[in-house]
Design a binder for this molecule. Structure first.
Ligand code: COI
Length: 441
């Protein structure tokens, strides 16, 4: 996807700050919903079905009414500070156990929602209810026409909040959308939506020093009915936000043991593996749950065609580190998701004088790595302690057919250095030399 010069200017300005504030706060003469923050109520009436079990029949019973509060997006004059900068609010004021957050759903103040109808995106709104009505014929439900993203916002020591590389997620969601015939979201619109939902949920951004972040989960899906196999005519985009801590218990401190999966594949060579579509993650559920039961919190998938090459983990990309030769090795496969974290770590590794190799990695080559890392937005930089292949074809039948590849028992030096550097940039503790942080305003 190409980004226009105007968009690049907008994104660059957002990194600095002033022009983006103007985009968000300058009143428009044409649309009243853009000018003022209006609260409205949409009332939805549903008829619940209940059954009288003794009689064994179903009858219509209660009528429940749910009220959804929506907020049209924009900033009012009162919300703009005297210097012309929008007043964002203080992160970390919600009543939450900030240092104990894991990676699980929590209610927050609102999510952002935007509908594509009649060939165009309508104005986004902030919705307080975490429930939504979806048409029973929605293509997302039947044919998996859905994709999502994951990115984070971080508090800095001065109380400002920054999104990490939201433009990259904006570009990636459009690549995913294209793959399953959904409309693109202009990247500036995506970045602004991320900004606005974080701003509305500023109390839920974990405070500086807690180690947590506000995780943004943008989701785009076919919400219109289609029963023949065709793309939808209506789409819904939403961004939910959740304060999170470590994905794997213990975080960086505790290397995770992984299982190499031979019974299942995540993605086919010309399939949808490089798109962040919902079904790729459903494909991982059985192996994921089985592996966890066996004591392996993470699964590593191989290439579906030959089962000889490393592809990616259930949740994240694969990196192998060879400290002797200062090499950072990561698979280059058309069925691997291009991770924004991996891309950032590659830049950091090059800055540190390492050689980055994006290429095929044979399973046997795992023996040559000193450290192995799982990396992604949710898992950040997770050290892998070992990888086990239960039925290693190299061992043939009979006897013990398993192979265990062991890496560092504690966190490796390079893993720690990469982690520290990317987290310090995200926390605003070292200079953001690559301009990755976007100030929320
Ligand atoms: C992310 O890292 O943001 C993801 O979407 C991965 C998911 C399995 C949590």
């Amino acid at each position: 996807m190409r980004i226009s010069r105007a968009l690049l200017a907008l994104l660059a300005a957002a990194r600095g700050c002033d022009s983006f504030t103007a985009v968000l706060t300058r009143p428009s003469s044409s649309s009243s919903s853009r000018e003022g923050r209006s609260r409205g109520a949409t009332t939805t009436t549903t008829t619940a079905l209940s059954s009288t079990s003794r009689e064994g029949r179903i009858r219509r019973a209660t009528t429940t009414t749910t009220t959804t509060t929506t907020t049209a997006l924009s900033s009012t004059a009162e919300e703009v500070g005297s210097g012309g900068t929008a007043v964002v609010g203080t992160p970390g004021t919600a009543d939450l156990p900030w240092s104990e957050l894991g990676f699980e759903y929590r209610d927050t103040k609102s999510h952002l929602r935007m509908v594509y109808r009649d060939g165009r995106w309508e104005e986004p709104t902030l919705v307080e209810s975490p429930y939504m009505q979806v048409h029973i014929g929605a293509t997302a439900l039947h044919y998996g026409q859905a994709c999502f993203e994951g990115l984070k916002a971080f508090s800095h020591a001065d109380g400002d909040v920054y999104l990490f590389r939201p433009d990259e997620n904006g570009m990636r969601i459009n690549r995913s959308a294209n793959r399953v015939m959904m409309p693109e979201i202009p990247v500036d619109m995506f970045v602004r939506a991320c900004n606005d939902v974080v701003r509305d949920n500023i109390a839920y951004v974990p405070p500086y020093g807690s180690g947590g972040a506000l995780y943004l989960r943008p989701l785009l899906f076919g919400s219109g009915p289609r029963i023949g196999l065709q793309p939808s005519e209506e789409y819904t985009f939403l961004i939910m936000v959740i304060p999170v801590g470590d994905y794997y218990k213990g975080g960086l401190a505790k290397p995770v043991n992984g299982l190499i999966i031979d019974e299942y594949d995540r993605a086919a060579p010309r399939g949808v593996g490089s798109a962040k579509v919902a079904g790729n993650y459903a494909a991982d559920l059985i192996p994921n749950v089985q592996a966890k039961k066996m004591g392996y919190p993470i699964c590593l998938y191989l290439d579906a065609a030959t089962h000889t090459k490393v592809e990616e983990f259930s949740t994240s990309n694969f990196i192998g580190i060879d400290n002797t030769n200062k090499r950072y090795v990561t698979p280059s496969s058309p069925s691997v998701l291009p991770s924004v974290t991996n891309k950032s770590l590659q830049t950091i590794a090059r800055d540190r004088g390492m050689t980055v190799e994006a290429r095929d990695i044979l399973v046997e080559e795992l023996d040559t790595f000193d450290e192995v890392i799982a990396c992604g937005t949710a898992v950040v930089v997770t050290p892998i302690g070992s990888l086990t292949r239960l039925n290693d074809p190299a061992k043939g039948v009979g006897g013990d057919s398993s192979t265990m590849y062991r890496f560092t028992e504690d966190v490796g030096v390079t893993t720690r250095a990469l982690y520290d550097q990317v987290r310090s940039i995200q926390n605003g503790e070292i200079e953001d030399v690559h301009n990755w942080n976007f100030k929320v305003q």
